[in-house]
Design a protein around this ligand. Structure first.
Ligand SMILES: C[S@@+](CC[C@H](N)C(=O)[O-])C[C@H]1O[C@@H](n2cnc3c(N)ncnc32)[C@H](O)[C@@H]1O
Length: 201
């Protein structure tokens, strides 16, 4: 079995990373809709992969800074090749921005952590300004039975299968307020992308 970083570095080698923009685009646009982009903002994409979302965010009129962080040096090298924005190669648990930001987005990343609550608290305490938001999206969660075999298929050593209520608890226990959940684009057996947002008051 491989670590998540090894798996995704391999995706860069084979070009499979490029499918992520296509597959994640629609729910990620709904995640951006949850944030008020009518006023100036700074943001981080936590687990940014090849940087497609950082590039997209940086082109929004009121975006003053968009930063990407990912643990895979191959993902970050690819992001830097295609985008002039700020990128860092680091484990998310070991990184924090020089200046706190208004909003943190993250798509399909948090379940690759053994204890996601430690990461969510770290982001709450060290990444986000007061009045800022964390907006997380995941397709791999307990209620979405279609994803139950993914861990075996990908052959990855860490891929936690967690219930919606527990994800909300992680946000609440980390200090986030007004925690809300959404399931975007459900379809027959597919329960949709689970999106959780929380505000730092
Ligand atoms: C499914 S990909 C999603 C990438 C991107 N968010 C997207 O939607 O295209 C998961 C990403 O999380 C990164 N990742 C996994 N564990 C990490 C860790 N501990 N620290 C930093 N990045 C990590 C991987 O390298 C990979 O790029």
């Amino acid at each position: 079995m491989k670590t998540p970083i090894e798996v995704f570095s391999n995706w860069v080698d084979t070009g499979k990373d490029e499918g992520m923009e296509k597959n994640h685009f629609k729910p990620v646009m709904k995640m951006i809709d949850l944030y008020d982009i009518k006023t100036e903002f700074t943001c981080v994409d936590a687990g940014c992969g090849n940087g497609w979302l950082v590039e997209y965010l940086s082109k929004i009129n009121n975006c003053k800074k968009a930063i990407g962080v990912d643990g895979s040096s191959k993902m970050i090298a690819k992001a830097k090749k295609y985008s002039d924005n700020e990128f860092y190669c680091s484990d998310l648990l070991k990184w924090k921005p020089k200046d706190k930001v208004d909003v943190v987005f993250s798509m399909e990343v948090f379940y690759y952590f053994k204890n996601p609550q430690i990461l969510i608290k770290h982001i709450h305490d060290s990444w986000i300004k007061n009045d800022g938001k964390l907006i997380m999206g995941i397709d791999h969660y307990y209620e979405n039975e279609e994803c139950h075999e993914w861990k075996k298929k990908i052959n990855v050593d860490t891929m936690e299968l967690i219930k919606i209520e527990e994800w909300k608890n992680f946000f609440n226990k980390s200090g986030f307020k007004n925690v809300k959940e959404y399931q975007f684009f459900p379809n027959k057996k597919w329960k949709g992308t689970l999106v959780i947002e929380g505000s730092k008051i």
